[in-house]
Design a protein around this ligand. Structure first.
Ligand code: GUN
Length: 292
């Protein structure tokens, strides 16, 4: 069994990005600038956005964090997005999800300038992704592809089972794994809450990608020997022995499943850090596209 070490690979990617930024600086060029909008005070979302801003500093990007109260109206958020769309200094930005109930997420995503949509959530970018056109690929799926590529995990002709059909992870992942090329050329089954006999499906999978948010959901008896396991789950569970009072748990029963798997991502230290690295990569691409 080999660990797919997202922490290490994400450090490699950040070093590569930092080297690119250094070149830009040496040439007297503007460095990439990422902005993030966060609405409300959700602890996990604040932590993720904080990590994104910290990662910008680490690679030499400029960053702007826009914090808005949980009572923000859709109109107010749309106004802020318009400002970022029009601000030439900002190369890319994200609106951290989920948003408070009074705001329609799809309206918000639609209002982002596709050329600055480094999350790749805008229908124009999502459509381009599905049509194999060059675009921003959503950071978590992009990070999973990069991890599979850097560890040379064979995907060609394999049966990939994706668990969860979220717009952020499961749905794009199911499209990307079936695309031509590497990583891709896989036969994909997308499973969700209405899927029947899920154990029967997962036990036939060569590659399983779980993006459910249910701790310890995937058990050893649900997988076949030597399966590749990608765990996208990041659920906070109460842990009084930890300083923070919680710990992060994935969707996979790591202890038992890792004994049977050929490759597996740990949580934390697997997919999570890759997401941040690929957001930086998309921001670098957004900057580079403006230079052309
Ligand atoms: N919430 C959970 N994952 C993501 C992500 O990749 N981007 C944004 N904007 N919000 C998220």
């Amino acid at each position: 069994m080999q660990i797919l070490d997202g922490k290490k690979v994400s450090e490699d990617i950040k070093n590569e990005i930092a080297a690119e930024v250094q070149k830009m600086k040496d040439n007297g060029e503007k460095v990439p600038h990422l902005a993030a909008i966060i609405v409300g005070n959700d602890g996990a979302s604040l932590t993720y956005v904080g990590s994104k801003v910290k990662a910008c500093e680490r690679v030499g990007f400029e960053s702007t964090l826009v914090k808005m109260p949980s009572t923000t109206s859709e109109t107010e958020l749309l106004k802020k997005i318009k400002e970022l769309n029009q601000n030439d200094d900002i190369d890319g930005f994200i609106v951290q999800l989920p948003l408070p109930k009074q705001i329609d997420t799809q309206n918000i995503i639609m209002s982002i300038d596709p050329s600055k949509d480094v999350d790749g959530f805008h229908p124009e970018n999502f459509g381009k992704m599905a049509l194999d056109m060059s675009t921003f690929i959503p950071a978590t799926p992009f990070g999973i592809l990069e991890l599979l590529e850097r560890y040379n995990v064979t995907t060609e002709g394999k049966h990939t089972v994706v668990i969860g059909r979220s717009h952020i992870v499961g749905r794009p992942m199911s499209i990307l794994m079936g695309r031509k090329g590497f990583p891709g050329n896989s036969t994909v089954t997308l499973t969700h809450s209405h899927t029947k006999n899920i154990n029967q499906i997962t036990s036939q999978a060569d590659i399983i990608i779980t993006a459910l948010g249910v701790p310890n959901y995937l058990k050893a008896e649900m997988i076949k020997d030597d399966a590749v396991i990608i765990d996208v789950g990041i659920t906070r569970v109460v842990d009084e022995t930890s300083e923070k009072g919680y710990r992060i748990t994935g969707d996979v029963d790591f202890e038992m499943v890792s004994k049977k798997a050929s490759f597996i991502t740990p949580v934390p230290g697997g997919v999570g850090p890759m997401t941040i690295a690929m957001l930086l990569k998309n921001t670098l691409l957004a900057r580079e596209q403006k230079r052309l």
